[in-house]
Design a protein around this ligand. Structure first.
Ligand SMILES: CCCCC/C=C/CC(=O)SCCNC(=O)CCNC(=O)[C@H](O)C(C)(C)COP(=O)(O)OP(=O)(O)OC[C@H]1O[C@@H](n2cnc3c(N)ncnc32)[C@H](O)[C@@H]1OP(=O)(O)O
Length: 371
């Protein structure tokens, strides 16, 4: 903790608390089919799609395993970001359909998809589950996690599942943005960092706005910050009675994102939305349900069983009808949501450079101030 605090104070002296966001050109050549691809192929494709072309020093001659991995990643060369992402998604989607055909007679088989480091993506019973997987850090969202969730949603949108679920591993759903995202200064400066983070935020929220199938949040515990705001973009939100919903933006010198400046007043009315988004009132699961943010609350002891039984039944409904109904509803205001997302992201880009925001983050790390 002393190291983190010292680093933050040094950053503060330089008027910044930002981390180095990797926004390199992304490169990937995928020539194998999904069935031919190995775990290492998936890892290299994922590296390429999230981190860009090989950017680490070549391992020493005796480090045989890492040297082989490095050479495979390096061999992928240079491709534009969008191509790298698309190639990764094609590889993963291909795996999903080939696995489905090869596992006929074993329809219950849980198809775990390779390559992700911060989320676990599985498909079973026509449901694709994306599970946030940093339980020791309360599933706080790192930059890599935002990027992997974007990729996972893109893959889920193309696989043959009927429903997609986002949930968390461990006692938290998510503690929101990982505050260490703000701790290192990149060589190109704090303003560039803020700009790149705003782009990542806009892309992340945009992938929820555009998601074409029914999207369900299985809120397995407390939720904070952006993990709460994006709930307004889900089709169903099931919560354990242990969950709480907290958007402490003013406490952090920040402002609402995830389209919540629009969706929350619409869902719960302006007064209740203001209490959450401006004054940081934390809601219990029951309160969030009464205000329309949560669809239904379940006792923690039976939460997983009841929710998955419900979702399995829903996933048997005709898939095209599910998808088309979702799209009719979303199409009413998709453009508006994108405009709101862009505006919220651009306002946050400014807020992240403010002394209010920097002080709040330093406070968290130096004093271990809890929300
Ligand atoms: C691309 C950028 C996009 C940005 C989009 C913007 C989004 C805005 C937001 O999301 S605002 C919300 C930000 N979140 C917070 O401020 C939460 C901060 N965390 C806490 O207050 C607490 O950790 C807690 C209340 C969530 C949980 O408290 P508890 O006592 O139960 O647990 P610990 O504090 O001991 O947590 C265990 C370890 O996890 C680390 N951790 C938890 N949350 C975060 C986080 N958001 N960022 C960074 N680290 C987090 C915590 O520091 C502990 O680590 P340690 O074991 O190494 O000490």
């Amino acid at each position: 903790m002393a190291g983190v605090t010292g680093r933050l104070i040094r950053c503060w002296c330089r008027r910044a608390v930002w981390g180095s966001l990797k926004v390199p050109a992304l490169h990937l050549h995928v020539s194998k089919t999904a069935m031919e691809a190995s775990q290492e192929d998936f890892e290299n494709a994922m590296n390429q799609a999230t981190e860009g072309s090989c950017n680490t020093p070549r391992p020493g001659v005796f480090d045989l395993i890492n040297k082989a991995k490095w050479e495979a990643w390096n061999a992928l060369g240079n491709l534009p970001k969008e191509t790298a992402r698309q190639n990764y998604v094609d590889l993963v989607s291909g795996l999903s359909s080939s696995s489905d055909s090869s596992s006929q007679g074993k329809p219950e088989a849980d198809q775990k998809q390779a390559g992700y480091k911060t989320v676990v993506m599985t498909s079973e019973d026509s449901i694709t589950k994306i599970m946030l997987n940093r339980p020791a850090k309360k599933n706080a969202l790192t930059e890599q996690m935002y990027q992997e969730i974007i990729l996972a949603l893109e893959a889920a949108s193309k696989d043959d599942s009927a429903i997609t679920v986002l949930t968390g591993n461990g006692d938290y759903y998510s503690s929101g943005n990982d505050l260490t995202n703000f701790t290192n200064i990149p060589p190109d400066g704090v303003e560039a960092k803020a700009k790149n983070s705003a782009i990542l935020l806009r892309d992340f929220v945009g992938s929820f706005i555009d998601f074409p199938k029914p999207l369900v949040a299985v809120v397995n515990g407390p939720a904070v910050g952006i993990s709460v705001t994006i709930l307004g973009l889900f089709d169903l939100v099931y919560a354990t009675d242990r969950a709480t919903f907290h958007t402490p933006f003013s406490h952090l010198g920040q402002t609402p994102e995830g389209c919540s400046s629009y969706t929350f007043p619409k869902i719960m009315g302006p007064a209740k939305a203001a209490e959450m988004l401006i004054f940081g009132k934390k809601l219990t699961a029951g309160e969030a349900c009464a205000q329309g943010l949560v669809t239904e609350v379940f006792p923690d002891s039976t939460f997983q069983k009841e929710v998955w039984t419900r979702l399995k039944a829903y996933s048997k409904l005709p898939q095209n009808a599910l998808r088309i109904s979702k799209q009719i509803i979303r199409s009413q205001e998709k453009e508006k949501l994108h405009a709101i997302n862009a505006k919220e992201s651009s306002i946050l880009q400014e807020r992240w450079l403010s002394s209010e925001c920097m002080n709040a983050i330093m406070n968290f790390f130096s004093q271990k101030a809890k929300l």
